[in-house]
Design a protein around this ligand. Structure first.
Ligand code: 7TS
Length: 434
């Protein structure tokens, strides 16, 4: 369930899953950490992994599921008339079902396997976009998009003459919705927006925006790369037309992503890539295509990765998304409190409870890359850079920031080490002495 909060403009803003505090269901962090071999590796320093927004760590159960495929039934799918190929096909299609259930898709055929979020969005922009957009139409995005949810639309705009328009954000890092009526009109054909900002962690009020977009006849693509891993995303409740996400940010492997789409849209969309597996029959000059989802899955797919992603989904279900969300809130509250104690720090974006997963900041006079380098000397892995969100960086007038991002396996004392690392960087790299 999504919690509700009222904004002055009467837009109902879903902020976070409820309940926020569920003392009956706290995470057993030590048991969870035990599920991740990489966190138990013996190194000079323990790994303090605060870069899950880039790629999350992989629990052993996911590695084992993929290992079992290669060790015991490695074969191509949908073609072999022999035991192990049938087993691989069954496991691959079962994975589709489990992943579909995870986002509450009506049917497994609405789950299209891609390589990642980027490919899922490109698929929609090329296939649906090229068939449906023309000069005079508009594409509405936000300034907080990851480049993966901007470049495909820029390219579409260049191909079709459709115009890109932007929802701005406030200084606090939430969407500025007061001029939505001006931006969202009958010219708008698609709204493509992130559910959660990969830089700020802001949770956007997508359910209300989807309803508003549908009211003017626009379709909506939600970039779920940073939401699906962190809280319950229900495509039927949201009523989005498309949802894109990546396996490697939700305890799954790299090389597998998902595009969910409404069936009627997927059925009328032309293929994206041509090749084996996506055809019904082929003649010299033309062909007919397989049904959805095969129509969009040309070539041999990432078989073990789909099986691994299904294992990841089972793992997240077992731990409980709600408990994960509450745990992340606790980490964020503590991180805000500790980092706010540091002088000359600028923290970007909203406060905890309006966001999930990440805290993004700069220390005056220190380049983010230098800061990340010093943090590495105390074992802390963070991301420094523009985070593939340059328009957002421009909004804040910076080239880059440091981002610490959290997931189910992070502990409060890791934030203490982050804090100490930042003070160390200030001692080393500025004239400030502490
Ligand atoms: N959309 C959002 C919101 C993202 O955070 C990312 C990746 C993508 C799309 C692209 O995902 P991919 O799996 O296709 O690469 N974000 C990040 C990040 O914040 N740091 O590294 C990758």
């Amino acid at each position: 369930m999504i919690g509700q909060r009222h904004y002055p403009n009467q837009v109902r803003i879903p902020m976070y899953p409820q309940p926020m505090n569920n003392p009956l269901n706290p995470l057993d962090i030590e048991a969870i950490r035990n599920d991740f071999s990489i966190l138990k590796e013996e190194n000079d320093l323990p790994l303090i992994y605060l870069d899950s927004a880039a790629t999350s760590q992989t629990p052993d159960c996911v590695i084992e599921a993929m290992d079992a495929y290669y060790r015991t039934y490695n074969s191509n799918i949908h073609r072999g008339i022999y035991r192990i190929s049938e087993e691989a096909t069954a496991k691959h299609e079962e994975a589709r079902q489990r992943i579909g259930r995870f986002i509450n898709a009506r049917r497994p055929s609405q789950i299209i396997f891609t390589r990642n979020t980027t490919e899922s969005i490109n698929l929609v922009a090329y296939s649906w976009g090229s068939a449906n957009l023309r000069e005079g139409d508009e594409i509405l995005v936000t300034v907080m998009e990851h480049h993966s949810n901007l470049l495909p639309w820029q390219l579409l705009s260049q191909r079709t003459g459709a115009k890109l328009r932007f929802i701005e954000i406030t200084d606090e890092g939430v969407l500025q919705l007061d001029d939505l009526e001006r931006l969202l009109t009958e010219r708008t054909k698609i709204v493509a927006m992130t559910h959660v900002s990969n830089v700020l962690g802001t949770i956007n009020p997508v359910q209300e925006l989807i309803a508003a977009a549908h009211a003017v006849g626009a379709k909506v693509l939600i970039d779920g790369a940073q939401s699906v891993p962190h809280f319950d995303v229900d495509v039927q409740e949201l009523d989005c037309d498309f949802l894109a996400f990546s396996g490697h940010k939700m305890c799954g492997p790299t090389g597998i992503g998902v595009l969910y789409g409404k069936s009627d849209l997927l059925e009328e969309m032309p293929p994206f890539l041509g090749g084996g597996s996506m055809i019904r029959s082929v003649q010299r000059e033309s062909s007919t295509y397989a049904d959805v989802p095969a129509k969009f899955e040309a070539g041999t797919p990432a078989i073990s990765e789909a099986i691994g992603l299904a294992a990841a989904v089972d793992y997240l279900n077992k731990v409980g998304l709600e408990a994960i969300f509450v745990h992340e809130q606790e980490l964020l509250e503590y991180a805000h409190q500790k980092l706010n104690e540091i002088e000359d720090i600028t923290i970007y974006g909203p406060k905890p409870r309006q966001k999930t997963g990440a805290i993004t900041f700069n220390l005056e006079g220190i380049h983010p890359h230098d800061l990340a380098g010093v943090l590495d000397t105390v074992g802390v892995a963070v991301r420094a850079g523009h985070h593939c969100a340059q328009p957002l960086m421009q909004k804040y007038g910076v080239i880059a920031t440091v981002r610490a991002s959290f997931y189910l396996y992070n502990k409060l004392d890791e934030i203490d080490t982050l804090h100490e690392g930042l003070l160390k960087a200030q001692r080393m790299l500025t004239r400030r002495r502490r």
